[in-house]
Design a protein around this ligand. Structure first.
Ligand code: HEM
Length: 480
């Protein structure tokens, strides 16, 4: 029997291309449409690697030198072999990987108001099975929009983020003090996860939860199991969907801990809020208290507040920790950059040496360093993806609607010599205003994604990393 995709004829392709891209049929475009190639002609690996769920293992160690936490290396080698659009089985679904900046722009702009991203299967299974509310990482369509709009109003408004500056400052001070007490730091990643989870929890619950107080913290431990299981779930057969496998039970233990913790915080905050409202002592736009703002928003139920707070913990920990770690690494390995940054920080710090939000705003080189660090090593090894509700033509191939697409801007394009001069060098200067070496395409790197579905924690993450680096204030390196 022929599959759905085999049934698509070229005339369908042309019609859909005309419809979706609204070609106004210039002769060049008519020529392009005439040459649209069918989906089946998209190249990609074949053989054992294409067995759903299991095949991915044959792409990785010990069968090859590629590692699952450095998927960008594998994607780059497949792009070199097959071209800017290739397809392969990944996470159980045939996925088209898109590695051309114009194509990525087309995809991102196609379903701009209602972008669809496939739900993370492990979280979705847990929520359905255990009766927990689904968050932004799982929802799509109307349900996603209904949660995203109020959350975004409270999380992306610059004045709201700014109010968190003193709190982020406190966490950074405690973190630096903790590191300074140690004779040496054997595992900076582990330390940074504690820092990032403390920040995410401070944002989510409006209080410190003590991730930096002890060497082993239960919340950080459970968070690490929770996050690592989600990462692992992309590479294993999803038996957890069918029954409560050992893998599922381990994830469930950590998820139960986090959902219960969040539930009790929401309950407490609701009671406090009622009391504060009775005393007319509450102004949602005054103090930094995201949880109260969300609970007092009529569009949000306590369950949707719970879901969004779990999202904050989940998405705000590892990503920010890894980004900080890679930035510290790049600074440590680039003496001139480190010295220039040191000068900028010193020049802008007030005379009492205490970092302020106004001083941070002046540190444009610091911001350029973070952008360049994202370009050199992107912290999320899988990047992001989209599934369009309409057909689209990419690099001459018809991609039918409902095809999952991996967008490789951060994982591959960010290193493209056609888009970045000297792409392997760490050069924050390229991101400074008026630099001639800026990216030649605005879709070449998008560390926080694009459009309506972009990262809702972007401003918090940037503030957290900028404050940390400005406070660490690495000493200038001398010539050896
Ligand atoms: C440097 C750190 C971070 C990076 C690189 C990052 C990156 C991303 C990316 C690429 C996406 C997908 C965007 C898309 O599909 O277009 C995303 C989504 C998301 N991020 Fe972040 N993120 C970071 C930190 C945070 C923080 C601190 C929070 C919470 C405070 C957060 C919360 C979220 C949420 C809830 C989503 C899902 C949004 C939706 O689907 O509507 N992220 N992030």
């Amino acid at each position: 029997m022929l599959g759905r995709r085999h049934c698509l004829r070229l005339s369908d392709a042309i019609n859909s291309a005309l419809l979706t891209q609204r070609f106004s049929a210039t002769s060049a475009q008519t020529e392009e449409i005439r040459h649209v190639k069918p989906y089946d002609e998209i190249p990609g690996p074949t053989g054992l690697t294409q067995i759903p769920h299991i095949g991915i293992a044959f792409h990785l160690k010990p069968f090859t030198n590629f590692q699952k936490y450095r998927m960008n290396d594998l994607f780059a080698s497949l792009r070199d072999k097959y071209g800017p659009v290739f397809k392969m089985h990944f996470n159980g679904v045939e996925t088209v990987f898109v590695c051309d900046a114009d194509d990525i722009e087309k995809v991102c702009k196609a379903d701009e108001s209602n972008p669809y991203r496939a739900p993370i299967a492990l979280i979705e299974t847990y929520c359905k099975r255990e009766g927990e509310p689904k968050g932004l990482g799982v929802l799509n369509g109307e349900e996603w929009g209904a949660m995203r709009r109020p959350a975004q109003y409270n999380m992306l408004r610059p004045q709201n983020v700014q109010r968190y500056f003193p709190l982020v400052n406190d966490v950074a001070d405690d973190f630096i003090e903790k590191l300074a007490r140690k004779p040496y730091v054997p595992d900076i990643r582990k330390e940074l996860i504690g820092f990032a989870v403390e920040n995410a929890a401070y944002l989510a619950f409006n209080r410190r939860i003590g991730c930096l107080d002890f060497e082993e913290n239960e919340f950080v431990k459970q968070y690490s199991i929770f996050f690592e299981s989600i990462m692992e779930s992309f590479f294993i057969p999803p038996t957890f969907r069918i029954y409560r496998s050992k893998f599922y039970r381990k994830y469930k233990g950590s998820a139960d801990f986090i959902y219960r913790f969040v539930e009790s915080e929401v309950k407490k905050a609701k009671e406090e809020l009622i009391k504060a409202q009775e005393k007319e002592d509450f102004d949602p736009d005054k103090d930094p208290h995201l949880i109260y703002q969300l609970l007092s928003d009529k569009r949000m139920s306590p369950d949707s507040v719970k879901a969004i707070l779990v999202d904050i913990i989940n998405a705000g920990g590892e990503s920010t920790a890894s980004s900080s770690m890679f930035l510290l690494h790049h600074l440590a390995s680039n003496k001139e950059v480190q010295n220039r940054l040191y000068e900028e920080i010193n020049k802008n710090l007030p005379t009492d040496g205490i970092l302020t939000d106004a001083a941070l705003k002046q540190m444009s080189y610091l911001k350029a360093c973070l952008k360049e660090s994202f370009r050199c090593v992107y912290p999320l090894p899988l990047g992001t993806e989209r599934t369009l509700q309409e057909d689209i033509v990419l690099s001459g191939y018809l991609i039918p609607k409902n095809t999952k697409m991996g967008l490789c801007m951060n994982t591959i394009l960010a290193k493209n010599p056609d888009l970045f001069t000297d792409p392997n060098a760490f050069r924050p200067e390229r991101w400074m205003r008026d630099s001639l070496n800026r990216s030649k395409h605005s879709f070449a790197t998008l560390p926080f994604g694009f459009g309506a579905r972009s990262c809702i924690g972007q401003r918090f993450a940037e503030q957290e990393i900028h404050v940390l680096i400005a406070k660490v204030k690495l000493l200038p390196l001398k010539e050896k």
